[in-house]
Design a protein around this ligand. Sequence first.
Ligand code: EPZ
Length: 422
Amino acid sequence: MDKFVIEGGSRLEGRVTISGSKNASLPMMAASILTDEPCIIRNVPRLADIRTMSDILAALGGGVERTDETTIECRPGDTSEVTAPYELVSRMRASVCVLGPLLARRKKARVSLPGGCVIGLRPIDLHMKGLRSLGANVYVEHGYIIAEADRLKGAEIYLGGAFGSSVTGTANVMMAATLAEGRTVIENAACEPEIQDLARFLEAMGARISGIGTPRLVVEGVEELGGCEYEVIPDRIEAGTFLFAGAITRGDLHLVNARLDHLRAVVDRLHRIGIAVYQKGDAVCVTAQDRPRAVDVTTLPYPGFPTDLQAQCMALLSLGDGISVLTEKIYPDRFMHVAELNRMAANIRKEGATSIIIGVPELSGAQVMASDLRASAALVLAGLVAKGTTEVRRVYHIDRGYERIEEKLRAVGARIERLPDK
Ligand code: EPZ
């Protein structure tokens, strides 16, 4: 296990290249199960989660090869295997994305239930409801979801739950519907850019989908899909994390290969905090000089403020001039970072699904523990600006979703090192 050792106080300045989107790449890799032909996917980041999905596709008889630094080729291989085992699924919840493609292409799927997660309860009832609506027999047995159907049939499906739409639920149902007989209408579909990108990837494979980017997706089933070549969108959460890195260090960063149009809600909040964010040539730029202003932030499904940037935003607001209120509407328990930020002298109180952040003038370096991917990123951001040394332990969480984050940060002036930990 590694840890990061960070000396706070450097102002970040310079250009950072944003990698391809993890959460768009993962379902596309799963979608490759829908065809017998190879799928070439470009702009895929080198991350632990991508390796886990490669292992799952291998367990399902296929193969994933990196043909260059950012390109992978997914080949189906032996198509008789339908089991995604617990050892792999428990490493990463996005593994559940193989459920829809396996069912549609191989008539049966046996996917381990992912189990608990540090960011809270993460049910998959919407995935199951959607696939049942398409005519599949879906049940849970010995810790596995089993789904079976000879041929799926198009249907009208309302895919909303208590917390709104589901990103990977929409992915699963949309992927399954591409090979169903007739038309499927998904109401309250997730509109996230990663879902839009997956829909376009499926179109490149020959699927017929309309309403992309809206909450009403219409999928006309086709007999078969073919291979394709496709380039993944930039990772909006990595880009957002670097916007917060620029803001918290009162720096000046230029993010190359970032999409401002995917970050509207974040930019709106940053503007209210007093941070300049703007497009300049090929880069999204962030410049900050003054102490952040306190603001209220509520996480919501896209195009609202993303839950995956809530922790990073909290790190910034912990230094705000005043009191900020941050409310989680997606994962009400996603606040593991509060106690760790408080170890760094922040003053944050959690009340239900809300955190009240009383801004302090400075943070103080400490030993802290990463609990999940985005919480780890928040601790790194806090470490960049805290007085003295911060040690962030268990950085394997961060390696799941950020490509070479310490190298990218060092290149723009951060003093951060990766060291082995006991
Ligand atoms: C995706 O997870 C992302 N993962 C998550 O990113 C992200 O936090 C989340 O969407 C929300 O944006 C991938 O794309 C691989 P959901 P997902 O189903 O699809 C409830 C990261 O850090 N719900 O959209 O699993 C659920 O409990 C990760 O990169 C049901 O009630 O999330 C939550 O409250 C973490 N029933 C809400 O819906 C279901 O069947 C949204 O979850 C499914 C979800």
